[in-house]
Design a protein around this ligand. Structure first.
Ligand code: DI6
Ligand code: FE
Length: 397
């Protein structure tokens, strides 16, 4: 296929949109084989089937590198409680929060979990997502963690989208183990991690390192097993307080440290040294009415790549719109539209260990978005507006 009459934001490097006016893209099979100015198109591609894009903007397809789209029920009641004055931590400590979603997720049949998740996945695809990460972590027992991961794998068969899974057994201590989080890690979390890995259900291992969840020692024990199994790690770190998760993640060479509102300049340096991505989640910041923004300037100073993701989950970020997420990253975190777009493409790909994705360059997978906008900054600028014209997934429209 030959795409012509396109304005292309290649994102070839990190310091500009890499705009090509009157550009062309050649796709062979599932891969981009050439990109450049139309007048430079090599002769041998002229016989390809031509698709005239009418001057529209082409970007890499969007990548959502942090989601919890598989879960049972919803938390509208908790939303009301918080509006009546309870804090996120108070709700969690009173057995609401994550634990109430665990109850609903355990009760849900696998088909129902998939059907529910697909509603959110379809919303993401409609805004141009072609690769998303999906976490477990609302089961907290062996059967339900495995059920969630199987649903996550099913998504990629049910819809035209790539899925990467993360095992988040260390998300919260279930009711059966309240007061004994170490026993939960040893008796349930780690054995389930081994079984899920043996079934081929896991691409990475995640954890929630927080006062209301697990400390660095507990997460370290889970990460040691991940390392032994050859699985990359990532971590929910420094979301509500600073307890050392970012430095722990860096020590394990994590793909990413996520949230990081309370991360310090030292933490930014550690991420830079480890080559880990900082994944910023403005939907959770917004929903929880957090006031401490992540140290964006420190990340820039140390050249830490910043990804942006929805964190789509029933509690702290009931958000399935990647475009609104990009807008929030700009308005709430003062990221630039270029940083937001890199954060939902190339840097999100790196956060998933998929470094060949998220840029329009020869030999990259042909996952593209065609937008009805004139300039890529418009993608982050508008609110409640979806200008996606079409999506190309693995070389097909
Ligand atoms: N941090 C989050 O943002 C989600 N999990 C986590 O560890 C929220 C999970 C929830 O409230 O259901
Ligand atoms: Fe999360």
């Amino acid at each position: 296929m030959l795409l012509t009459n396109a304005q292309i934001a290649t994102l070839e490097s990190n310091d500009s949109f890499g705009l090509i006016e009157d550009g062309a893209i050649v796709i062979e099979g599932e891969v981009i084989s050439w990109v450049g100015h139309r007048q430079d198109l090599p002769q041998d591609y002229l016989d390809h089937e031509v698709s005239d894009l009418g001057g529209r903007l082409v970007t890499p397809a969007l990548i959502d590198c942090h989601t919890h789209v598989v879960f049972g029920g919803n938390r509208a009641a908790e939303f009301e409680l918080r509006l009546n004055g309870a804090s996120y931590e108070e709700v969690a400590r009173a057995g609401g929060g994550i634990i109430s979603t665990v109850t609903a997720t355990r009760a849900a049949p696998q088909e129902a979990l998939l059907a529910d998740a697909l509603i959110r996945v379809d919303a993401m695809i409609a805004e141009g997502v072609s690769l998303m990460e999906v976490k477990s972590g609302y089961g907290l027992d062996q059967d339900t963690e495995l059920k969630m991961l199987r649903v996550a794998r099913q998504i990629a068969h049910a819809r035209p989208i790539n899925v990467r899974t993360s095992f988040l057994g260390a998300h919260a201590t279930p009711q059966e183990y309240v007061g004994n989080p170490d026993a939960y890690i040893d008796d349930i979390c780690i054995p389930t991690l081994r079984i899920a890995h043996a079934e081929g259900l896991i691409d990475a291992v995640d954890g929630f390192c927080e006062g209301i969840a697990f400390d660095t020692t507990q997460i370290g024990r889970v990460f040691d097993v991940a390392k032994e199994l050859g699985l990359p790690v990532k971590l929910h770190a420094e979301q509500l307080s600073h307890i050392g998760g970012t430095q722990l993640a860096a020590r394990y060479g994590a793909l990413s440290a996520d949230h990081v509102e309370y991360a310090t300049v030292d933490d930014a340096r550690a991420l830079a040294d480890a080559g880990s991505v900082a994944v910023l989640l403005p939907g959770a910041f917004y929903t929880l009415r957090e006031t401490q923004a992540p140290p964006i300037q420190a990340f820039r100073d140390y050249n830490v790549r910043m990804a942006v993701a929805t964190d789509c989950n029933p509690g702290s970020s009931p958000l399935a719109s990647p475009l609104l997420t990009m807008n929030m990253a700009c308005t709430l975190f003062r990221m630039t539209p270029l940083e937001a777009l890199l954060g939902m493409t190339a840097h999100a790909a790196t956060a998933l260990g998929q470094t060949n994705m998220g840029r329009i360059v020869a030999e990259a997978p042909a996952d593209l978005c065609v937008w009805d906008v004139k300039h890529p900054a418009e993608l982050a600028y508008r609110i409640g507006f979806n200008p996606l014209h079409s999506r190309i997934f693995r070389g097909s429209q």
